[in-house]
Write a protein that binds this ligand. Sequence first.
Ligand code: HEM
Length: 320
Amino acid sequence: MLILGHKNFEVHRKWAYFVLAATILFSLWFIAGWIQTGRWPSGGSLEGLTAGVGAGLIMFFEMFLWPRKTIFRAWRIGRTKYWLKAHIWLGLLCLPLGLLHGGFHFSMANSPLAGMLSWLTLIVVISGATGLYIQNIIPRIMLETLPGETIVNQIPEVLESYRNEVNQMIRETCGLADANTDPTLSGEMSIVSSVKTSGSISGRTMQTHTTYPFIQGCEPLLTFWETYGEPFLKPGKMQSSGLADKKSSEALFQSLSEKIPVEAQNMIDRMKAICDQRRQFDRQLSLHFWLHSWLVGHVAISVALMVVLILHMTLALQYP
Ligand code: HEM
């Protein structure tokens, strides 16, 4: 879908044909050698060496993406999109080349180093393809399913402000905080001043504050808040309470709605919206985690691959 979609394929067409052609040509060359000699060309044969050196050079080139993005970043060597395209397609090509060179040797029994090299190459290519998929699909999922997405670092702060808002709303409604005594003023705004500190800077800020009238018979609201709502909105890992799941959350709110007066029903709507937001934040955090952590795995396996490759090359040159 990412590459094979009509529009995307145009951008990748030349690379795709090149990789396909190289794979077919190398395969035919190996098959011809096999037919001629009656056995699969070894890694040291002309075909084997050509494919092996090709795969090895590609692997070094693939690794170069890392210093290019870090040490040589300021040098601006070529445009990022061309590097990434070359990285993807040459990375894919090194798999058939490596496997032809090693005679599809995956067994660790005969030659552990060669077996390890084949496995690592396969895993690096699969992790790269998976990462490419993740990089393309996750931002789309976020855009389509998380309308309440916010800056990840600010999630704890936003949650804390929601928690304070609902806490204040419920305590005022239940008569536990300085509440508005006129029921017609429900939802009225007042201005409050407070001192806020951010790092070393501290100052007085003015904030709008919605006031809520005391409503009799709202005790179930307070119990619900203290049992489910408050712990659920705590920043940090989401509690696995009944509110974590949309369906059971609906059921809990429905049963609460039957226990409290009609005038307090709008509290439920606000709490529901905030709990929904909390679930979205949690989903955003887990998608964000996968979006960024796959690369750590890809790079770690790539480094292991390079270590084994260098060992393999050293031994092959020492004991040809
Ligand atoms: C032997 C094969 C490969 C090696 C050694 C390798 C190595 C690397 C390394 C070291 C990076 C880190 C660059 C950075 O710091 O951002 C990287 C990134 C990446 N690789 Fe690979 N890779 C290989 C194959 C592949 C393949 C086959 C694909 C896809 C089909 C792929 C997809 C990616 C993607 C999408 C990135 C992230 C690039 C970015 O976001 O800028 N890789 N690879």
